[in-house]
Design a protein around this ligand. Structure first.
Ligand SMILES: [Zn+2]
Length: 278
């Protein structure tokens, strides 16, 4: 599933091809995505002002509103030559007047397209989202303040899109490892100091993933259109039963909020005042 770094990489990949372009038409070959795709006629003829991102939504902004695109479980966008023959699962084309077209492919059809008039932030998909993890509102103090009455596991707290957006399972597990925090610790028991380490870890890991993704940008004009789902060096995610990279202890698997979580029983003991030795 595309996570925040892949979505940001997609945004950066398509923006140079769309920004400033006039949309000639949006050709919907398959409207049965997660929600039926119903786009207004006036999109044709409007000029793309910019391509932005909010959480895992790509916002193709025009003078009157924004086309909100979500990649769902298996969606991808690629840039194709005009009139390039569509392939299986190529559901939507954004055709521009002078330039290359943007094409949406989605085998599982969990993605979505909505057009919303400005202010787009008030759209029901966007209005209840928490702050961006790489933005100024997000910090350890913010995580601490939002967790004081929450008994859910700290991992579920940081994966809650109303608290902070875009921290998926991989990034949550890896950030908790880097901060030395046991994922099952109740959110209210994690100290301010520990949350500061955690917020820093989340930012670093996401920023690094976006940087790694930058090296795959050329793929957006490639033949397969699958933006790279980056090979990152993972410390815990998907490594249950293997040896911890730091202390060699065997990594453990736990189910939290119906998601599997891998952690190091030795390195991840931190919830309060002292960082673990290793
Ligand atoms: Zn360890």
């Amino acid at each position: 599933m595309p996570e925040l770094p892949e979505v940001e990489t997609t945004r950066r990949g398509i923006e140079p091809f769309l920004s400033g372009q006039t949309i000639a038409r949006v050709n919907v070959r398959e409207s049965r995505l997660r929600w039926p795709v119903e786009l207004p006629d006036h999109l044709s003829g409007s000029v793309v002002k910019s391509v932005a991102r909010r959480a895992k939504y790509i916002l193709i902004e025009t003078a009157t509103g924004a086309l909100i695109v979500h990649l769902g479980m298996s969606g991808s966008l690629r840039v194709v030559a005009p009139n390039d023959a569509p392939r299986l699962h190529d559901h939507i084309d954004i055709e521009v007047k002078h330039g290359q077209w943007l094409r949406y492919n989605d085998p599982r059809r969990f993605g979505s397209f909505h057009f919303v008039e400005h202010p787009s932030a008030q759209h029901w998909l966007l209005k209840n989202l928490g702050p961006e993890p790489l933005g100024n509102e997000f910090s350890g103090d913010y995580l601490f303040a939002t967790s004081r009455k929450r008994k859910v596991a700290v991992k579920n707290h940081i994966m809650d899109g109303k608290v902070v957006v875009g921290v998926g399972n991989i990034y949550a597990a890896e950030s908790l490892f880097r901060a030395g925090i046991r994922p099952s610790t109740p959110a209210y028991k994690v100290s301010r100091l520990a949350y500061r380490f955690l917020a820093e870890a989340i930012r670093e890991i996401l920023a690094n993933a976006i940087n790694v993704g930058g090296t795959t940008l050329r793929d957006f004009v490639g033949s397969d259109g699958q933006p790279g789902y980056f090979k990152q060096s993972l410390n815990v995610y998907g490594r249950q039963g293997e040896a911890c990279n730091v202390c060699q202890a065997q990594l453990k698997l736990q189910i939290l909020g119906q998601r599997s979580t891998v952690y190091c029983p030795t390195c991840q003991t931190f919830s309060g005042w002292k960082r673990p030795v290793c």
